[in-house]
Each structure stands twice: as structure tokens, then as C-alpha cells.
Design a protein around this ligand. Structure first.
Ligand SMILES: Nc1ncnc2c1ncn2[C@@H]1O[C@H](COP(=O)(O)OP(=O)(O)O)[C@@H](O)[C@H]1O
Ligand SMILES: [Mg+2]
Length: 373
């Protein structure tokens, strides 16, 4: 029996500001996964980026106790064995096999995990993994690239301006003039590649805009300034590979002025309404747009698609896509599936199966080419 179980390498922690959120999501997944079918090998990544495994990396990451050691995946095609790295002497280290992984489940939010970087390593190793590939992850992470792709697919996004940190530092006046000529206040300023509302500020005048750009520039070299609206926040979960399906929509009622970091993780005042109280037409529209945006960025496995519904005009705007959304058992992504008929443990099961299917499908592509002479 035990021999037939699929070994899942759950990867959590990581170098992003969302490290702690990742631990929460991973803990929930490891608790709920079907243990008759899957064997979990927990793999932690420290805030410095060191992979640790071979013991209880969750304990090491939460309490600092050294209960797991340095580990690595080499990124060589066909080698999905996680190695323990042990010092031999001052100049050399040895690698010992910990376990061979059948499928990886990256539960990493934000940069260095949700953005295609870890996916790149898993591609090099040629192993199945849950979620989007390199391009889908990278485009889903970068809010500016994402908007450009949405525009190319005629999916409505709020008007915006890209500001490079370098140009902001070189000529603040010119940037302020350009942004204010293009957009009316209020605006939202965000780092292009982050999540959890870190570095996101609402600006109502020129001075606040400058402060907001300074704040976002602490986190990224690409900054997004966007028209700010008074909006309802509607979210839809998408599941699948090439034939993705959408859940019922949910609505977030922020407890703060907007859905800030504090509101998401600290205050516990935000409310989730599932399903979102929308009429049938809007419900269908958000579900269709969610699937369309998922396909447009070549996402795979899962993604949560977040919309802003203008309270005044009724216009629906695609705001962002999260290719590794919060995944605790009480997070929006799994809650929406629960309300749509897929309980949490079954959702985990489906995601792993989708990972295996996608890898098998990719294997059908030739990797060599012999031109006819
Ligand atoms: N253009 C906007 N108009 C109104 N509110 C916005 C706008 N952009 C962002 N927000 C608010 O800020 C929150 C975080 O922004 P978001 O783009 O979702 O970034 P993150 O990836 O950090 O979640 C949103 O959930 C919403 O409450
Ligand atoms: Mg968001």
C-alpha cells in the first residue's frame, strides 16, 4: 500500500514578504491532504532562500529549532531526488539522497516562488508541479505585464501608467506631470511585482502621489499608478489546465479603507461573502472573464482572479490574477470551491492530478529537431 502512494514535495516559506502566509497555507494543505494516497515531504525555504528538508522544516522556520538541514534539487532533467547537503570539510560538501519526489506543490506567495523562478527550476528538473508554468507565473505576478496582456485580449483593466524607479529617481517632476496628465486623483500606486497589498497606497493629491511612489519604490524597480475607484471587490477561483472552470464568485468587504495588508492578515475585520450577491448576468460575466484571463496568461492548475466592480458606473474591471492564492482552509480560493461543490481535500487532490496530467502532456512535445536535408 505505502509503496503506491504518490510522494508530494510541498514547498513553503521563501524569500518574499509573504513568507508567513505561505507557512499557513502549506500547513493547511499538509493537514488536509489524503494520506492514503499521498506521502508528503515538507520542503522549507528560509527567508534567505536556503532550502531545508529531511526533518521538520516547518518547525525550523517557525521556531528556529534546527530540525531540518540544507537541501537542494539539482535541476537536472529527470532527477527529482531531493538531496541533503552536508559539510565534509571546509571546502567540500556532500550530497545524500533524501527522497525522490513524484510531484512538487509550490505553496509560495509573491516573488521567488509565485513568479516563475521556482517554476523554472522545476522545469529544468523536468518534474511535475502544481500550478502555472514560468510564463503564466511571471505574467500573473507582474501587474504591468498582466495589464498589457489583458488589453491585448480585450479584457477591461483600469487606466494606468508604468513608472520605472530609475526615472522616478532621475526626474520626479517629469514623472508627476506625466502621471497627473494621464490620470485623475485618486490613484492607487503599487509595486509591480508584489502581493498582499505590501507597498500599495491610495494617493489623493500630488504630494501623496510622490510619497506613494517613494513607498512603492522601496519594493520594486517597476511601479504602477492606476486610476482609483470606489469599488466592490469580486473574486473568482479558476481550476484546470486547458479547459479551466470558474467557481461561484465571492466578495470581499474590506474592514479598512481598502483591502490592505493589515486588513488581510492582522485585523480580522474583512468579511467574505460567498457567493457574492450579484445578479445572474454579472455572475456569468465575472466567471467568463476569469476563465478568459486565466487562458490569456497561459495559467495552469489554479488561479484566483480578482475584479473591481465600480460602485458608481457598474463597470467591471479585471484587477489582478494570483497564480498561487492564499490556500488555508479558510482562504477565499478553497472556500469558493467548497461553495461550488469541491471540498478542500478533494481540491488538493485535483490540483495534484492536474500537475501530473500537464507534465505528461508536455512530455509529448519533441525536444529535438532534425531538419530534412
Ligand atoms: N484601482 C483601484 N481602485 C480602488 N481600489 C484599489 C485599486 N487598486 C487596488 N485597490 C485596493 O487595494 C487592494 C490591493 O491591491 P491589489 O492590486 O489587489 O494588490 P495585491 O496584489 O497586493 O493584492 C485591493 O484589494 C483594493 O482594495
Ligand atoms: Mg489583491
Amino acid at each position: 500500500m505505502a509503496k503506491n502512494r504518490i510522494r508530494v514535495g510541498v514547498i513553503f516559506g521563501g524569500r518574499s514578504g509573504e513568507h508567513e502566509i505561505s507557512l499557513r497555507s502549506a500547513r493547511s494543505i499538509m493537514d488536509a491532504i489524503d494520506k492514503d494516497k499521498y506521502d508528503v515531504l515538507p520542503i522549507g525555504i528560509t527567508k534567505e532562500g536556503q532550502w531545508i528538508a529531511g526533518g521538520d522544516p516547518m518547525r525550523t522556520l517557525t521556531s528556529g529549532e534546527p530540525s531540518a538541514g540544507p537541501a537542494a534539487l539539482l535541476g537536472e532533467p529527470g532527477d527529482s531526488t531531493l538531496k541533503a547537503i552536508e559539510p565534509v570539510n571546509e571546502t567540500s560538501r556532500s550530497l545524500t539522497d533524501i527522497a525522490t519526489i513524484d510531484v512538487f506543490f509550490p505553496v509560495l506567495h509573491g516573488p521567488f516562488g509565485e513568479d516563475g523562478t521556482v517554476q523554472g527550476l522545476l522545469e529544468l528538473a523536468d518534474v511535475p508541479y502544481v500550478g502555472s508554468g514560468v510564463a503564466g507565473s511571471a505574467v500573473g505576478m507582474d501587474k504591468v505585464l498582466f495589464k498589457a496582456v489583458m488589453q491585448a485580449h480585450h479584457i477591461p483593466v483600469l487606466p494606468y501608467q508604468l513608472v520605472l524607479r530609475s526615472e522616478w529617481e532621475e526626474n520626479r517632476e517629469a514623472v508627476l506631470e506625466r502621471v497627473m496628465a494621464a490620470l485623475d486623483f485618486p490613484v492607487f500606486v503599487k509595486p509591480a511585482n508584489l502581493g498582499s497589498s505590501v507597498g500599495v497606497t491610495k494617493a489623493r493629491d500630488r504630494e501623496q502621489l510622490a510619497d506613494a511612489l517613494d513607498e512603492a519604490a522601496r519594493y520594486d524597480r517597476r511601479l504602477l499608478v492606476e486610476r482609483g475607484i470606489s469599488a466592490r471587490e469580486i473574486e473568482v477561483s479558476v481550476l484546470g489546465n486547458e479547459h479551466p472552470v470558474a467557481s461561484v464568485p465571492g466578495e470581499v468587504i474590506p474592514g479598512d479603507e481598502f483591502y490592505s495588508y493589515k486588513d488581510k492578515y492582522l485585523d480580522d475585520k474583512a468579511k467574505l461573502l460567498i457567493p457574492a450577491p450579484l445578479d445572474e448576468r454579472l455572475t456569468e460575466q465575472v466567471r467568463e472573464l476569469a476563465v478568459a484571463s486565466f487562458k490569456a496568461i497561459d495559467a495552469a492548475g489554479l488561479a484566483r482572479c480578482d475584479f473591481l466592480l465600480d460602485r458608481e458606473t457598474g463597470e467591471l474591471w479585471m484587477n489582478e490574477i494570483n497564480t498561487i492564492p492564499g490556500f488555508t482552509s479558510i482562504s477565499m480560493y478553497p472556500k469558493l470551491w467548497e461553495a461550488s461543490g469541491i471540498p478542500y481535500p478533494e481540491l488538493i487532490d485535483r490540483l495534484i492530478q492536474l500537475a501530473l496530467e500537464r507534465h505528461a502532456d508536455k512530455k509529448r512535445s519533441k525536444t529535438t529537431y532534425e531538419p530534412e536535408s
